[in-house]
Design a binder for this molecule. Sequence first.
Ligand SMILES: [Zn+2]
Length: 319
Amino acid sequence: MFIRPFKRDAPALLVTPRYFDLITDKISGRQQSSTSFVPKHLPVKEEDIDKLDRLISVSRNILILTGAGISTESGIPDYRSEGVGLYARSTNRPVQYRDFLKSEGVRKRYWARNYVGWPRFSSFSPNLTHLSVCKLVNDIGIARCVVTQNVDGLHTKAKTKNVIELHGSAFRVVCLSCDFKIERHAFQNLLAQLNPDVKIIDQMMRPDGDVEMTQDQVEGFNIPSCPSCAGLLKPDIVFFGDNVPKDRVEEVRNEVKLCDTLLVLGSSLTVFSAYRIVLQAADLHKPIAIVNIGDTRGDQHALIKVSAKCGDVIPHLCR
Ligand SMILES: [Zn+2]
């Protein structure tokens, strides 16, 4: 049985001990959390939770769209949040797809930093929001599909059914010339064999697992080519400047048609591949609810907008 943690007369009691036991039992390993990447925010208003709860209670087929804002509570920074997002902390920007294709130096830099960041990036755990989303899909059954912009695999770790990873997953590596694929942990072992002198230390983390490294470390880094065709290997994620594969776009479009409500969690909807999901839902007159700290590009289309931390809101929707 799922325990609804929200109590009208005790709004500070957000998580009961029993509830916490349930979620920590649900995932393997220790529950990790960090608030250092969560932007400044006010406590959620009870009336906002009530409004959202009313919409959810009459919905039978919710499509949930999630962004980097739901993973900040797991300790992964987002890109754009004021003060705590990656862009506020560093002048470096994510690699562009065209640069990755044309420059060996860019690929070395990418893979060297990705190699060093991988043990930490791959160790993050789902937080209350991921686990509540899982509950809405798997157990309560009022949400049938989750579309995520995140490549951190946390919905998969939470064991959520029917997740579409819009921008792919950092947990797979693919060849750009043939259909070779390798699981990212296995690829880490290949990189370790080829780079025995590169030491892995705790570094600043990015939303895609990237970290900072010196020029010497980067230039000396060895990258394997595809064992089948000697082609270029790349993580199975949609880089900045690349497009979401057409069949995935179609799959998402179909889910928007089928849903009766769109619930957006932790996304500023700055990236068009996510924003167009909101536009399609608005065109089809589906009710749209958005939970995000701060403004989003889709606010004008939202029936309900809650500016709050997802972990303060979403567990209340699970009954
Ligand atoms: Zn290949």
